[in-house]
Design a binder for this molecule. Structure first.
Ligand code: ARG
Length: 458
């Protein structure tokens, strides 16, 4: 045990208490951020005349040396220290002596951990955003290649109306685009620097918090020292946005699993993204999609955990807040892994356009268009709805689709039907006549793709 705070204690900490309290096993994940924050802090202290230039240089050199040695493996992070902050400070003092003892001037571990966590989360917000952007590039490519790949659109998982694969992928494009907007919002809102807030009440040293903030790439200092050390809203916002990403990925995974099933065969997942069975030789399972769907739960869990942890904490810092880390780190790593793997699966997936079109032809996805046909011939919509309902029943009894009936058969149901019905209810017409912005028609989709390509090029 090597502690920063032995002075006022008369007894050694119980071993179990020490281990229960320690966070080094997980907060070593942000050693980079911890050292980056300390370097900014000592630069500011020197600028303010609180440290000499020599002290500043010795500390910075020492810190850089520690980071290099940790990265090379020469300096293992030892769990005899309580947390990453204690580890770095102890090694620094050990290596450079007196100057090292001055690094923590005008700082508390409360504002130190607050800035470390913020720097870490900020970096991960950008990393997630980049992965989302890659997924959007994949989606837009699939969209461009499949403007005329017909498939059934579903409601209640029942065939509803024909759409295109481009249109279906476009729905996910919009979802992941919103996810990226959330990353941008979170970044802007969180990008203020808590360093210099001390334990909770600021410090008596003449710190230049604007300067520290600018050194660390923040838009400015936070404006209340108690809020600075007690705020984890940005973690909650990030986990909420990550949960939404997982919800989107999970829905998409569910569709891929259905589409890849023996019954649907709309897609074929590449061998590299499928797994076999230990007993059934014929199996090729969509494990990646299933795992992405399954991992959604642990990301939600991280959100619920931090919300619950924070709800009962009086101002300002309390040790409960140490619980902000493990599940958050796990959620971030999970989402990044899922985004990368899902993108890889999608990139290599084969879409069976013919099977999709075939499926769209069966199942009366053109029934609404058939009703619209009658409306255009002067039949009231409600009557048309009834006529087409009877027509569908007639077809089901004969195992035919609408367009497979003869004109004589059609006229048995309604004399209004003419030869031009066949064109009106063809798959192509049904899709290509839907041309309002947001609809699946070819030109409408081209418009949307152009807008989204311009967005991706921003
Ligand atoms: N490991 C602690 C955490 O993650 C660092 C802050 C400790 N501050 C304190 N007052 N004990 O929250």
């Amino acid at each position: 045990m090597a502690q920063l705070w032995g002075g006022r204690f008369t007894k050694e900490t119980d071993e179990l208490v020490y281990r229960f309290n320690a966070s080094i096993s997980f907060d070593q994940k942000f050693i980079n951020q911890d050292i980056e924050g300390s370097i900014a802090h000592v630069k500011m202290l020197a600028k303010q005349g609180i440290l000499t230039e020599e002290e500043k240089n010795a500390i910075i050199e020492g810190l850089n040396g520690i980071l290099a040695d940790v990265e090379s493996g020469a300096l293992p992070i030892s769990d005899k220290y309580e947390d990453v902050h204690s580890f770095v400070e102890a090694v620094l003092i050990d290596r450079i002596g007196e100057a090292g003892k001055k690094m923590h001037t005008g700082r508390s571990r409360n504002d130190q951990v607050a800035v470390d966590m913020r720097l870490y989360v900020r970096q991960e917000v950008t990393a997630v955003d980049e992965l989302l952007k890659e997924l959007l590039q994949t989606l837009i490519r699939i969209m461009e290649e499949n403007l005329d790949t017909y498939m059934p659109g579903f409601t209640h998982l029942q065939k509803a109306q024909p759409i295109t694969l481009a249109h279906h992928m476009g729905a996910y494009f919009e979802m992941f685009k919103r996810d990226r907007l959330r990353m941008k919002d979170i970044y802007a809102r969180m990008n203020y620097c808590p360093l210099g807030s001390g334990a909770l009440a600021g410090t008596t040293y003449p710190l230049d918090r604007e300067y520290t903030a600018s050194l660390l790439g923040f838009d400015g200092p936070t404006l209340n020292s108690m809020d600075s050390v007690a705020d984890r809203d940005y973690v909650i916002e990030f986990l909420s946005a990550l949960s939404t990403i997982m919800m989107h990925l999970s829905r998409f995974s569910e569709e891929v699993i259905i589409w890849n099933s023996n019954e649907y065969r709309f897609v074929e997942i590449d061998d590299a993204y499928s797994t076999g069975s230990s007993i059934m030789p014929q199996k090729k399972n969509p494990d990646i999609a299933e795992l992405v769907r399954g991992k959604t739960g642990r990301v939600y869990a991280a959100l619920v955990s931090i919300l619950t942890t924070m709800k009962g904490i009086p101002l300002a810092y309390n040790k409960d807040m140490q619980e902000d880390k493990e599940l958050t780190f796990d959620a971030i790593d999970t989402v990044k892994g899922c985004l990368a793997l899902f993108d890889g699966m999608l990139k290599t997936m084969k879409f069976n356009g013919e099977v999709m079109a075939e499926s769209a032809m069966k199942g009366f996805t053109n029934a609404t268009d058939a009703a619209d046909y009658l409306v255009n011939k002067g039949v009231a919509f409600r009557d048309a709805h009834g006529i087409i309902g009877r027509l569908v029943l007639y077809c089901i009894e004969r195992d035919k689709s609408i367009e497979e009936l003869t004109l004589a058969q059609l006229k048995e149901i309604s004399p209004v039907f003419e030869e031009d019905l066949y064109d009106a209810v063809s798959l192509k017409t049904c899709v290509q006549k839907r041309l309002t912005i947001g609809a699946p028609g070819h030109e409408a989709m081209e418009q949307v793709i152009a807008i989204n390509k311009a967005y991706l090029a921003e």
